[in-house]
Each structure stands twice: as C-alpha cells, then as structure tokens.
Design a protein around this ligand. Structure first.
Ligand code: ADP
Length: 599
C-alpha cells in the first residue's frame, strides 16, 4: 500500500477533464458567458470616453445634435451595465448547475473507489487521511480549477485590451501597472504552498477532532457517554484539538494579511505615478478630458484585472496541490484482483483446499496463521474452535478472499482462487460476521441485502425469517416487513441486539450461496432461542457446506468435523467423540466449559 505525497505536476489538466466529463454542456455555457463578461468592461470604458467627450464638446458648441448623441451614449452605458449584471447572474446559475453535476460525479468516483478497495486499506490510518483529504477537496476543487482557468483567460483578454489602450498613452504606464503587482503575486504563491502543507499535516488532527465530535453527538457512544459521565471529558478534548488546529491556521493567515498590507503600498505608489502623469497630460492639453476619464478607468481596471489574473494563477497553483489529494486517493490500487489467466469460479463441486497458508496483518510481527492446511468438502458441516484471537475470523476472511495470504494458496475444486474475480468468487459464500451490519432500512430489505442482485422474493424473505424465528416479530411490526428498523429515521422501530442478530442470520440464509459461514451466530441469543435454532441447524443448512465458529461446545458437537485452531495451525481435527478421546486441547476446553456450568 502506498500513500505518496504530492509532487507538483500539471494535475489541473486532469481536473479539467473531470469537469468536462461531468457536464460538457454546462461547461461550454460557463465559458461562453465568461468570455462575454470580459468584453463588457472594455465597451463601458469606451462609451464613458465618448460620453465625456460628447458632454465637453456639447457644452463648448451648445449644439442640439451632440446632446442627442449624449443621450444615446447614456442609454448605451445603461444597457451595457444591465447586460453585464444579467451575464453575472446567469453565469452564477450556470456555475451552480455545473458545480452540482461535478459534485455528484466526484462523489460517484470516490464511492466506487472506496467500494473497490481492499479491506486492508480500511485498517490503515493513512487510508482515512487520504480519504478525508480527497472527500474535502473532490466535490468542488475541479470546478475551482476551471473557474480559475476561465478567469485567467478572461482577465488576460481584458488586461491585454486595457494595456493596449494605456500603451497609447505611454509604455511606462504599462510597466508600472505590471510591476506594482509583483510583490502581491509572490505572496499568494508562497502562502498557497504554506497553507497546503499545513492542511496536509493537519489531516490526522482534523480527523481526531471529528472523532471526538462523533463521540459527543453519535448514537452508539451516547449510552456509555452518559453512564460513565464522559461528556465533559470528550468535550474538552474536542475543544483543545479544535483550538490548536484553528490557531495555527489563523497564525498563517495573520502573517499573510500583514504582508498583504505592505504590498498595498506598492499599488498605491503605482496609482500616484499614473494619476500624476494622466493629470499632467490633460492639463497640458495633450489628451482630452474624455481621454483622461478613459485612461483613469483603464488604469484602475487594469489593476483589478492584473490582480484577478494573478490571484487566479496563484489559486490554480493551490488547486493543483490540493487536487493531487483527490487523485492520490483515486489512484490507490487494489491488490486483490483476478490474476491472469482469469478463470470463472463456477460452483463448489468437490472441495475448498487451503495449503501451506501463512498470513499476518500489516504492521504485526509474528504470522497469525502459519503453514496452515485444511480441506472443506462439499456438503459437510465444519466447526472451527480455538481461543480468542486464535485467528478463526481471519481464516474466514481469507476463505472469502477479503484478504490474500502472504504465502500458500486456497483452491476451489483444485483451481487457485487468485485467478478468479474476487466479486464472482465471493458469490459462493454467505457469511454472518461477528460484527454484522444493522441497516436502517425496512425489515424485509434488511434480509434482502443478502442477495440484492436477484429480484426481490417476498416468500424467500419470509422463509429465511422463519428459519431464524424472527418472522413473528416482524409480522407484528406496524407495517410488517416494510417497517423500517433501527432508530435513525421517523416511524422506525428499534430491535434488541439478539433480534438484530436473527435478522442478520436471516440475511445470510436468504443468500443462495453454496457455502454458509456462521461466525458466533448466536452470541446474543437467549439459551432457549439458541437451542431451538441449533436443533434445526441441519435443516437450516441443508444442501450447503457450512462452517460454524462457536465457543459453545454444545453447538460445536453438531458438526461433522471439528477443527481446532491453535498457534496458527489446525492443531486437532475430528468428531466430538474422537477429539474427546484424544485428550488434547479440545478435550481440555470442553471440560473447562462444562465444569464452569457446575455450581
Ligand atoms: P478469533 O476470531 O479467533 O478470535 P481473529 O481472527 O479475530 O481471532 O483475530 C486474530 C488476531 O488478529 C487477534 O490478535 C487480533 O487482534 C488480530 N486482528 C484481527 N483483525 C485485525 C486487523 N484487521 N488488523 C490487525 N490485526 C487484527
């Protein structure tokens, strides 16, 4: 796994492509309106000159015809101002529409990436940093890039026109215009980099702040938080982190502001020089009063455009840094893929074999599973037992190819599963995980989530629910299978943990997969419900190959074969009677558990 830091590359070009992909029509409209808007100011400057000259000429001659012309110029100025305003408003609408399209496109990209990524990414804090940075920037940054590019082009066009005009007056004025802005440009570029590095380094701290916020406001922590009285403690931690984060940022902005003030002095000096020269030329009648008005506006506008162009350039530089975070996330590579030559998994016809498998989680030392060998034959029920942390759940994840082993292989009917598309291969499995999901959806949908790809089948949903004994409860809900469960939304009904577990089990049963894996499926069930369920275990798992992980030996003894996982290998294997007779780990665990019940 590689989470590279950003190198300065022309990533903004890739971002422009994203904007174009997301809404070509709106992007074109945006460009068109922007170009239009760059022409209006020049027209306005010209009309003002004509107006002033018209007025000064009219008063001099006192002629009526000139007054008519003045009225026309006034009208033309008003219309131009109106059109400029209208284009600004329309531009806003177009930009909003385009932003929304882009945002949706970016969310889709981020989500599909996050769905595809290997589980290992989710165990790495750097993944969450990378995701947080991408999620912060992706929805709007490409648009900022395009807007900056447009405003650079627009500003340059306007600036060229204004500079051309001023060039007529004197070329030095153009130089003054450009030189006065250099310190400001340097400042923006410098602080864009400083702010970017700050934000990148602060991502873990920002995530920590968000975590404390969740502890204070989330549903899951709400009970412990109250019972243990942890509210103030976490509120303080939140405030402390938040303050540190913001104070550093404000410090940077404060420094930038004070330098900004100094750069203002350069601009004021430039104005002074230009004003003095224009006034001098007018007084000595080298230029008309209308020319004076035009040059003054042109100089002022020139200053504005040059500022716009360079702040857009600096913005683009900043965008280029930040958009790198989004591409960094989108470029993360999945490692669990079908290695050529790709083969179709088909179904389970004979057996799944694990040979010489070793595995350890990233960042941990000693392998958790070492040279492990195992055969799961079609149709049999296997129980997997072992101490906490022995690696039972990990073995299940490896069997489903949520992870790939570091060494050794897993074969399906003799074919190495690394050559199979992980998503197709996983269709062979239905699993109830220890940390199964609670979906705040209807009860029916909660079960249907086990097999979302086939059309909804109410009868099958009901059968699965009745197999786990949750059907009666669901039917008694206000809207039966359509009642939303959980407590996030209106009109929903919360269930007990044990009831959720039965729903999760019904979900696993609903999936028509040849292999059923149950990882502590009854941990939250009361003794009699558990007994009832297990007494029908064979019926429930009929026609399927099943693997049961349980700490309750009464359930385990149902299995055709029991495997004891210890110190990374299958240490014992056999039926309950065989293992009891062998007098090994299983015997010891069983004896301890049954003696524990004796009062
Ligand atoms: P079991 O199911 O037998 O109780 P697990 O397979 O859940 O054991 O875990 C085996 C060991 O691996 C434990 O020590 C646990 O801390 C560690 N472990 C489990 N999941 C992860 C993970 N995602 N990253 C790192 N270590 C893990």
């Amino acid at each position: 796994m590689n989470y590279p830091s950003n190198k300065t590359r022309l990533l903004f070009l890739k971002a422009v492509k994203l904007v174009w992909e997301s809404a070509p029509g709106w992007a074109t409209a945006n460009i068109f309106i922007s170009v239009l808007r760059s022409i209006f100011p020049l027209v306005l400057v010209y009309l003002i000159k004509q107006l002033v000259d018209g007025i000064t000429g009219a008063t001099g001659l006192g002629g009526e015809a000139n007054l008519n012309l003045v009225i026309w110029y006034i009208l033309a100025i008003v219309i131009t101002i109106f059109l400029d305003e209208a284009a600004t408003s329309l531009g806003n609408l177009v930009r909003n529409k385009q932003s929304y399209r882009l945002e949706s496109h970016m969310h889709n990209l981020l989500h599909s990436k996050s769905i595809q990524l290997d589980l290992q990414h989710f165990e790495n804090p750097e993944y969450y940093d990378s995701l947080a940075r991408a999620a912060r920037e992706a929805p709007y940054r490409p648009n900022t890039i395009v807007n900056n590019l447009i405003s650079i082009a627009r500003g340059l066009l306007s600036l060229l026109l204004m500079a051309g005009l001023l060039f007529y007056l004197h070329w030095v004025i153009v130089i003054i215009l450009l030189a006065a802005n250099i310190p400001g440009i340097w400042l923006r570029l410098h602080y864009a980099g400083v702010l970017y590095n700050f934000k990148r380094e602060q991502t873990p701290a920002a995530r920590k702040t968000a975590y404390f916020k969740w502890l204070l406001t989330g549903d899951r922590p709400s009970r412990e938080l109250r019972l243990f009285g942890l509210g103030d403690y976490f509120a303080n931690l939140f405030s402390k982190n938040f303050r540190e984060l913001k104070e550093e940022e404000i410090g940077i902005i404060r420094k930038r502001t004070s330098i900004e003030l100094i750069t203002g002095i350069f601009k004021a000096a430039a104005f002074l020089l230009a004003l003095w020269y224009i006034a001098k030329e007018t007084v000595s009648s080298q230029i008309s009063v209308g020319d004076m008005a035009m040059y003054l506006v042109a100089f002022r506008q020139g200053m504005v455009y040059i500022k716009d162009v360079f702040s857009s350039l600096a913005g683009l530089y900043e965008d280029n840094l930040f958009i790198g975070d989004t591409f960094e996330f989108l470029n993360l590579k999945e490692q669990i893929v079908a290695v050529p030559p790709v083969i179709e998994p088909g179904s389970l016809n004979k057996s799944i074999n694990v040979s010489n498998l070793s595995f350890s989680y990233p960042g941990t030392g000693e392998p958790l599973l070492k040279n492990l060998n195992l055969e799961i034959r079609k149709g049999e029920t296997i129980a997997l037992v072992g101490a906490n942390g022995a690696g039972k759940s990990t073995l299940v994840r490896l069997l489903c190819r949520l992870y790939d082993p570091a060494e050794g292989k897993i074969t399906l009917d003799g074919k190495n599963i690394t050559h199979m598309d992980p998503a197709s291969y996983r269709k062979l499995f239905s699993v109830i995980f220890q940390d199964f999901m609670l979906y705040n959806l209807s009860a029916g949908d909660n079960i249907r989530m086990g097999d979302i790809f086939t059309p909804q089948n109410r009868e099958r949903i009901k059968t699965s629910a009745s197999q786990t004994g949750i059907d009666e409860l669901i039917e008694a809900l206000p809207k039966g299978y359509d009642t939303v469960i959980g407590r996030l939304f209106d009109d929903s009904r919360e269930l007990s943990w044990g009831e959720w577990q039965k729903i999760a089990m019904a979900r696993a049963l609903y999936r028509d997969a040849p292999v059923l894996i149950l990882d502590e499926p009854t941990s939250a069930l009361d003794a009699s419900t558990e007994y009832e369920l297990f007494s029908r275990f064979k019926e429930i798992t009929r026609d399927r190959t099943s693997i049961l992980i349980s700490h309750r030996f009464s359930n385990v003894s149902l299995a055709d074969r029991i495997l004891v996982l210890d110190k990374g290998i299958i240490a014992e294997e056999g039926t309950h009677d065989e293992l009891m007779k062998a007098g090994g780990i299983y015997n010891e665990m069983y004896t301890k558990q049954s003696s524990g019940y004796k009062l």
